[in-house]
Design a protein around this ligand. Structure first.
Ligand code: ATP
Length: 303
């Protein structure tokens, strides 16, 4: 069996004058949870739809579970898909809905085990119409799992959900990982990519601009520790020991970046004593994939 669940080479997709994908490459290993992280319009949904065999790329090559959509008729049974907006019948209960989708496949889990796995046991007899957004999303993920897929494609599975509902979806993703399934998910949530993905491709303008484990991508930054604070008085933060980069964010707000927090904070307070300014509202944080995106593009993911 190939080590790769998915390989894409130089995918190009144009919609009239808009280039949605501009030579996108992707290699997803068997059994990993792989994230496509990028801002709105980066090309994540287009990639998902091409990988799902729902859209033809204008150019490029794609191999899904060692086969391709044109030649391999069995592929449909090995890939589960939950697209961003799933319209499911409102007047079926959770159990009826999953049973309907389950009936399309020869092999797969029982409906009751699926309901357990999705954490929807207390909603099994509730109409889809009466579920919360997060519960509906879990049913949509359940529909992707009815055929016991090797590869699960989830396009923004937590879009628009509150933090608790997002965590419930992450629990389901955790189970898929322990079952050894390959998951490709798209997201523009940094915390989601960092928390649930083994590896991430950062996508921008239809291209992969970085790929690796979230921790690896962050570790490639020059500065992984950040200190932000306000100053009362005249700030002098030039050439502080341990600081790689010092920036003024506002009139009285500053940010220091370096590889370790402790020496930066110590040097800042020592300087404040000698230069006679006060440091207030100090916060520290570790770099995130957002900082990786800013470093690579000069923009924020949410811009
Ligand atoms: N059917 C279409 N017709 C015309 N342009 C399209 C179509 N689908 C997507 N696009 C354009 O292609 C680009 C990529 O869109 P895509 O939906 O793949 O991005 P995305 O990363 O999934 O964004 P989001 O996070 O907002 O869902 C965007 O500029 C979008 O406007």
């Amino acid at each position: 069996m190939s080590a790769w669940a998915l390989r894409c080479r130089k995918l190009v997709k144009r919609y009239g004058a808009v280039t949605a994908l501009d030579g996108l490459d992707l290699d997803v290993r068997q059994g990993e949870c792989f994230g496509l992280l990028g801002p709105n319009g980066a090309g994540k949904t287009t990639t998902m739809e091409i990988v799902a065999g729902l859209l033809d790329p204008g150019a490029g090559d794609i191999e899904v579970l060692g086969g391709n959509w044109r030649a391999d008729k069995e592929l449909r049974t090995r890939v589960g898909i939950a697209l961003q907006e799933t319209h499911l019948p409102d007047h079926l209960t959770v159990r009826e809905l999953l049973a309907l989708f389950r009936s399309f496949y020869r092999d797969g889990p029982t409906v009751s085990s699926l309901i357990e796995q999705l954490g929807l046991a207390d909603k099994r007899d509730t109409l889809f119409l009466n579920l919360s957004g997060g519960q509906k999303q879990r049913v949509a993920v359940g529909c992707a799992l009815v055929g016991d897929p090797e590869l699960v494609l989830l396009d923004e599975p937590t879009a628009g959900l509150d933090p608790q509902a997002r965590r419930r979806i992450w629990d389901v993703l955790g189970k898929l990982r322990t079952e050894g399934r390959t998951v490709l998910l798209s997201t523009h949530h940094i915390d989601e990519a960092e928390r649930v993905c083994d590896r991430v491709a950062v996508v921008d303008h239809g291209r992969v601009i970085a790929v690796g484990a979230p921790g690896e991508l962050i570790a490639r930054l020059d500065s992984t520790s950040l200190v932000e604070f306000r100053v009362e008085g005249v700030a002098d933060i030039a050439e502080l020991p341990g600081v790689r980069c010092a920036e003024r964010l506002d009139a009285d707000r500053f940010r220091l970046a370096g590889s370790e927090l402790h020496p930066m904070v110590e040097a800042l307070f020592a300087r404040a004593s000698t230069a006679g300014f006060r440091v207030v509202d100090l916060t520290t944080r570790q770099a995130t994939l957002e900082d990786v995106f800013v470093k690579l593009t000069g923009r924020h993911l949410r811009d």
